[in-house]
Design a protein. Sequence first.
Length: 246
Amino acid sequence: MLAFLEPTELIEWLNDYQYYAMFGILFLCGIGLPIPEEVTLIGSGVVVYFSDSADFLPASTVCVLAILIGDSIIFFTGRKLGRSFPDSWFIRAINNKKVHRQFEKHGNKAVFFARFLAGVRIGVYGYAGQHGMRWPKFIFLDLLGALISGPTSVFFGWWAAKTLAPGETPEAALEKAMELFEEYKPVVLLVIAGLIAIIVLYAIYKTRRYRTEIKRAIEEKKEDKESAQAEEVDMAEKTAEGEEER
């Protein structure tokens, strides 16, 4: 697909308008314009390195926010218009076989994994809205993916500019960063998969530990209650025996 903005034009916009451009371009990515999201995120990191007025944390926050808003528009478009316009480009995206395979394989977790699959994002998000997924659940899953892909890509752009193109122009830095990204994309995806696995395993560990602690607390409370009841019974029996002796 032909990019709406060439990388050189994109980095110029990012360099001139910084946070405004980061938000605007990623928002347009989210609603389906042919602008490469990865290039925008990495370009944002390049700008963070070259600019004195842009910082990593605000840039990452702006990027994630723009992604979530754009994705939510697609989600609600799928919910509102999905079944009304069966011949539209939007529905053709939703009905993509890859989208159906993602949901069949991963269920609602497909929303999370779609963040790392550029070719099916719009279809997955529209499909989720069309088929009744609750928005809080959608935005939570989407946020998890965006918190990994967004800051990671921004940091990669910053690191690449610092390491590969010190003293060069932002355009040259972005070009070298993208060359490196494309060359080691499988490794990058593997690292992201590793991060996902660590997060999931940690969440499972914390959940199980929390449930174990809750179960233990309930059992201890039950034991304390039974012990208190037994003491009351003993006291009642002793009291009754004392009265009988009198």
